[in-house]
Design a protein around this ligand. Structure first.
Ligand code: NIG
Ligand code: FE
Length: 411
């Protein structure tokens, strides 16, 4: 199947396939071709260029993109999209003055979601979750990382991870799975954190590995959740099973989690709403991607990750949704990109780079995703007619997407 998209007003994020990460000043550059075409054969990008060079191309189908932009689909490297039920009552409680922490201390928060998930069948969990995945695909997400972490028992963590695998087998987008057993201390282990960590390491991890259920390992490194020592134990155990860390760190407090994650070769450190100079220093020269989750900051009214500080220090930055029922009930990467520009003072070029190429890096799939490159997967967004790419983050909340193409197929 040969698909030609012709008369593209501007083709964004055209890169050599070898470019896998953008740091510092390079994040401010978004290579584009005006009045362009792109040729897709089956599921891959095979050719692109200016319309003046689009001659004698035989196609099975042509899409006219006059007035429209074409860009790679978003790579959402951090989500908890598999969950059961919702937590809108906690949302109202927060409006009425309770904090996220106070709600968690009352047995709400993650434990609330764990309780609902424990009472939900694997099939039902799949049905609830796949609906959300199909929604985010329509919003332009073409690669998605999904975490466990609302199970908090062997049985329920496996249930979540099996649902993630079933999603992977059911949708055409790229899915990566992360084992987040250390998300919160379950009720059963209320006064026995050591025991729970041992349970994760000795009982959960071997099965997760044996069944090949996860690509990465995560822990919620935060006061009141898992300490540096706890997180280290999880990362060491993960390493024994060849699971690379991607760590929740610095959401509410900065106390050395970034340096620790870097030390263990974490692929990414995510959240970073609180970030100090030592954290920045630890990231310099490392291969660890900092990941900001602006819709979480928006929803919880907590600080935004200091993107300028990170980028101006010459570091890379990725953007992701954090889609989950407690802190971010939204999987809309378009909103993430807008919010990064509006609230974090990222330029549109930086935000688009952070949500595509750097997002792909943060979920270990940049060889095939994240840019318009010859040989990469044909995962593409065609926008509606818009004046410029700056208009995408500018006109926030508006749906700018005309078509989403995944593996060369119009969704
Ligand atoms: O990334 N911070 C930890 N985990 C999620 C929120 C979990 C929840 O509230 O359900 C997050 O924000
Ligand atoms: Fe998260």
């Amino acid at each position: 199947m040969k698909l030609l998209i012709a008369n593209i007003k501007e083709l964004l994020q055209v890169r050599d396939k070898s470019i896998e990460i953008l740091c510092g000043k390079d994040m401010g550059i978004l290579p584009t071709i005006k009045n362009a075409y792109i040729l897709i054969v089956n599921d891959r990008i095979v050719k692109y260029g200016p319309m003046s060079e689009c001659h004698n191309i035989e196609t099975d189908k042509t899409i006219d993109a006059t007035g429209k932009l074409v860009l790679p689909t978003w790579c959402d490297s951090h989500s908890h999209i598999v969950y059961a039920g919702n937590r809108e009552q906690e949302f109202v409680d927060r409006i009425n003055g309770l904090s996220y922490e106070e709600i968690a201390n009352r047995g709400g928060g993650i434990l609330n979601s764990a309780k609902i998930l424990g009472n939900t069948s694997e099939n039902d969990l799949f049905e609830q979750s796949i609906k959300r995945v199909n929604q985010v695909i329509k919003m332009g997400t073409g690669a998605l990382e999904i975490k466990s972490g609302y199970g908090l028992s062997l049985e329920s963590e496996l249930k979540m991870l099996r649902v993630i695998r079933k999603i992977k087998d059911s949708v055409p987008i790229k899915i990566k799975a992360t084992f987040l057993g250390a998300h919160a201390l379950p009720k059963k282990f209320k006064n026995d954190k050591k025991g729970y960590l041992q349970h994760i390491v000795s009982d959960m991890l071997p099965v997760v590995k044996e069944e090949g259920l996860a690509d990465y390992i995560d822990a919620f490194c935060e006061k009141g959740y898992f300490s540096l020592e706890d997180t280290e134990q999880i990362m060491v155990a993960g390493k024994n099973y060849e699971l690379i860390p991607k760590i929740h760190v610095n959401q509410f407090n900065a106390f050395g989690g970034v340096a620790l994650a870097v030390k263990y070769g974490a692929l990414s450190v995510d959240h970073l709403e609180e970030l100090n100079d030592e954290d920045i220093e630890a990231l310099k020269g490392s291969k660890t991607m900092p990941v900001a989750l602006p819709s979480c900051s928006y929803f919880l009214s907590i600080p935004y990750t200091p993107a300028r500080k990170i980028i101006d220090a010459g570091l890379p930055l990725a953007l992701a949704t954090d889609y989950n029922p407690g802190s971010t009930p939204s999987g809309n990467m378009n909103f993430v990109v807008s919010t990064a520009c509006i609230k974090m003072k990222m330029t549109p070029e930086e935000a688009i780079n952070a949500a595509t190429i750097n997002g792909a890096y943060a979920m270990g799939c940049s060889t095939d995703y994240g840019s318009i490159s010859i040989g990469k997967k044909a995962n593409i967004i065609i926008t509606k007619e818009v004046p410029s790419y700056n208009y995408l983050p500018y006109a926030f909340g508006e749906n700018h997407i005309d078509k989403v193409i995944i593996n060369g197929i119009v969704m």
